[in-house]
Write a new protein. Structure first.
Length: 41
């Protein structure tokens, strides 16, 4: 899985982009947890 932080980190090393990429990773992770949780029911 390609994470947002790795993707942005290759383009620009700035803190602003990196911060957005971390949020992107977090939302991806939450999405996967929600999907896994709902699939169990």
């Amino acid at each position: 899985m390609i994470t947002g932080s790795k993707l942005y980190f290759t383009y620009d090393n700035s803190a602003e982009l990196f911060k957005h990429a971390l949020y992107f990773d977090l939302f991806q992770l939450i999405g996967q947890i929600v999907i896994a949780f709902t699939a169990k029911k």
